[in-house]
Design a protein around this ligand. Sequence first.
Ligand code: GRF
Length: 199
Amino acid sequence: MKRLGILLSGRGSNFDAIADHIDSEKLQAEIAIVISNVETAAGLQHARDRGLNTAFIPSRQRPREEFDRDAIELLRRHQVSLVVLAGFMRIVSRVFTEAFPYSILNIHPSLLPAFPGTDVQQKALDHGVKFSGCTVHFVDDSLDGGPIVVQAAVPVLDIDTAETLAARILKEEHRIYSEAISLVLSGRCEIVGRRVLVK
Ligand code: GRF
């Protein structure tokens, strides 16, 4: 069974969806460790409630590389083959991406390359796009810019607020993240330039 390491900073609904897919055997993997840089993150508590291995690594007022080295050490110790960022609100350093080349996934609530960064549902509304969605991508040294594994689109309605749009997108996030993890773990992904092709 392939071992996942999950990093999160907040409520952890994507983590919960992944864990649910594993529990119902829709996703063939196991969660080796859940790491958070926020001690009070709801997602970390959910992981404890599920009886998973958890760790809090402080990130405040520490150099980025220092946090990353601690995380790498823990992920290696737990023999993780794929790192899953699930609402992990930190940019990872080159130390991290080099430790896990093309073995780190992130989910982002927009159709990248549109609207990288934060507050993206509001940015989508302000821009007036008619569709938005979510993207699972490999993490490289760019901000939300690595090769795209899976995307899902949702309509933007005239009556939408950032909250209603976020909720519609989140539903798709919970579906496609496990799909993307499964695809990557299957070994069928081939990265050609920026394209992730399925063999
Ligand atoms: C999600 O919208 C994800 O796309 C973004 O951060 C949010 C995390 O939500 N990266 P949750 O903690 O998984 O509920």
